[in-house]
Design a protein around this ligand. Structure first.
Ligand SMILES: C[S@@+](CC[C@H](N)C(=O)[O-])C[C@H]1O[C@@H](n2cnc3c(N)ncnc32)[C@H](O)[C@@H]1O
Length: 267
């Protein structure tokens, strides 16, 4: 993520951002629309489409890169944005907890995905939920989280990759996924969100909080194997999961040099 932040402007000029292509599939009776996007990576390579990207990148090594076990490591050198980040997340969630959006979300159990050392669990989820589970693939981060989160509300610490995680069905009121979905390939993203959907309790929601590109087109950071997707790319993936977007907000008051960070509530 650190590299993505600094390289963002450089790569955005590489991209020839023509708008998302909507191709009508060959079979005239199905008239299916196929989403595609162009992109670029941190080594200057341009991709003509998503198929070209995932043909080269969808392999085990994509999931093996690591960052430091500190809040700065989690936030790519931007630890100081934590206060605004948590404030924005609380405001976003409060509409669901208060029932302002129609249905009221319960606050019995939440899951923090790609939790790192537990920054979101500690500052956002533990104050709001009766029990919080944490899912993180880096065992060293899970150990650090165990040390930092000595709270009786803490539930399970799952040391596993999201792409391999099996959920208990009907388990969570909230599944929070922040700054980690860029580490999932499109295929694993869709499969993971489908499994999340089954793990929701009635009126439960999934929240994705993630960097998005300013225009259409994706940007791949080869140093930490992550992809920053556009809003349209994310919405296409949500469509494939069958999830409905209930609410979207852009995180306010973040430094201008960062990618726009969007919060999506899904059900
Ligand atoms: C940028 S950090 C964000 C951490 C935390 N969500 C936060 O906002 O403070 C990304 C985290 O996702 C974890 N991660 C990356 N790929 C993952 C995967 N496939 N499954 C689970 N965790 C993953 C990394 O180890 C790292 O801890």
């Amino acid at each position: 993520m650190r590299n993505l932040l600094s390289l963002q402007l450089k790569f955005e000029i590489f991209l020839w951002f023509d708008h998302q292509k909507l191709c009508i599939a060959a079979d005239p009776f199905r008239m299916e629309k196929t989403f595609d996007e162009k992109g670029a990576d941190s080594e200057g390579k341009k991709y003509k489409g998503l198929q070209e990207l995932w043909q080269t990148e969808d392999k085990p090594e994509w999931y093996s890169k690591a960052v430091d076990a500190t809040v700065d490591g989690m936030l790519g050198g931007f630890a100081h944005i934590t206060t605004e980040d948590v404030k924005g997340s609380k405001m976003f969630l409060s509409e669901f907890i208060s029932g302002k959006n129609g249905k009221k979300m319960n606050t019995t159990r939440a899951l923090d995905c790609g939790a790192g050392i537990g920054r979101v669990t500690k500052n956002l989820l533990l104050p709001l939920f009766d029990r919080v589970d944490l899912l993180e693939q880096n065992e060293a981060f899970v150990e650090k989280a165990r040390e930092m989160l000595k709270d009786e509300k803490m539930g399970n610490f799952f040391a596993k990759g999201m792409q391999d995680f099996d959920f208990t069905e009907n388990r969570y009121d909230l599944i929070w996924i922040q700054w980690v979905a860029g580490h999932l390939s499109d295929k694993d993203f869709v499969e993971f969100f489908r499994r999340c959907q089954k793990a929701l309790l009635p009126d439960g929601i999934i929240v994705l909080k993630e960097n998005t590109t300013r225009k259409d087109g994706f940007i791949v950071d080869k140093t930490d194997s992550s992809i920053t997707r556009s809003d349209s790319h994310l919405r296409q993936l949500f469509t494939e999961t069958g999830l409905k977007v209930l609410q979207v907000k852009v995180q306010p008051n973040f430094p201008k040099e960062l990618f726009p960070v969007r919060m999506y509530a899904l059900q």
